[in-house]
Design a binder for this molecule. Structure first.
Ligand SMILES: O=C(CO)[C@H](O)[C@H](O)COP(=O)(O)O
Length: 219
């Protein structure tokens, strides 16, 4: 099976975890795009969606699904999103699609993060995928120096600004053995808007696409 077919498999499987008649948090990326399409095709009705990016908002609205601001909602029962890496405890690296800040904001509203990904995203230790960090521009060099002190090489993602208008540093060479500790530390650094480690907001459920079918990990 191709990677796209594996993504399609989990996108379809995630529809069963959507709470009918309730608000739904929606992430960003190619797997989520397939999920939005699968949700629309399923005929399952939700009250509306809180979206983590302009791209997902446009796709949801294209299917006639109402999208409201995060400010209009107190809690979401479920947030569905992809990941760039996920470990065996539900910790993730996210932000490959540059939507990490809004993704963390919407995930923070949710009772249950359902991660959908193909099996290539499952790793023992996070860090092979370059860690995305959204930064205030003037702080980029000093944030890069702090990562260098931890053994990471940070480079600006060229030609990319987030939906919030900020650049992204991609940090290579990290081995993130303690995701919660690193997330907590990097969050303290002046000029960091969001670090793409999702440990505080880890997945509660992962649906991983494999040639044999969907592997479910409950954390
Ligand atoms: O974090 C993300 C966007 O910021 C995505 O969830 C992540 O990049 C995975 O994307 P895809 O489903 O295209 O593999």
């Amino acid at each position: 099976m191709t990677q796209d077919e594996l993504k399609q498999l989990v996108a379809q499987a995630a529809v069963a975890h959507v709470v009918e008649g309730a608000w739904l948090g929606v992430g960003t990326g190619s797997t989520v795009n397939l999920f939005i399409d699968a949700l629309a095709a399923s005929g399952k009705r939700i009250r509306g969606a809180v979206s983590s990016s302009e791209a997902s908002t446009a796709r949801l609205r294209g299917h006639g699904i109402e999208v409201v601001d995060a400010a209009s909602v107190d809690r979401l029962p479920v947030y569905v999103d992809g990941a760039d890496e996920i470990d065996g405890r539900g910790h993730m690296i996210k932000g490959g699609g540059a939507a990490l800040t809004r993704e963390k904001i919407v995930a923070d509203l949710a009772d249950r993060f359902v991660c959908i990904a193909d099996e290539s995203k499952l790793v023992d230790v996070l860090g092979r995928f370059p860690l995305p960090v959204e930064v205030i521009p003037m702080a980029a060099p000093q944030v890069a120096r702090r990562f260098a002190a931890l053994g990471g090489q940070a480079s600006l993602r060229l030609g990319v600004l987030t939906d919030n208008g900020h650049p992204i540093l991609d940090v290579r060479g990290l081995r993130i053995a303690d995701p919660l500790a690193m997330e907590t530390e990097v969050n303290q650094w002046p000029g960091v808007v969001t670090v793409g480690i999702f440990a505080r907001h880890r997945a509660k459920l992962a649906l991983l696409g494999m040639p044999q079918g969907v592997r479910t990990l409950d954390f």
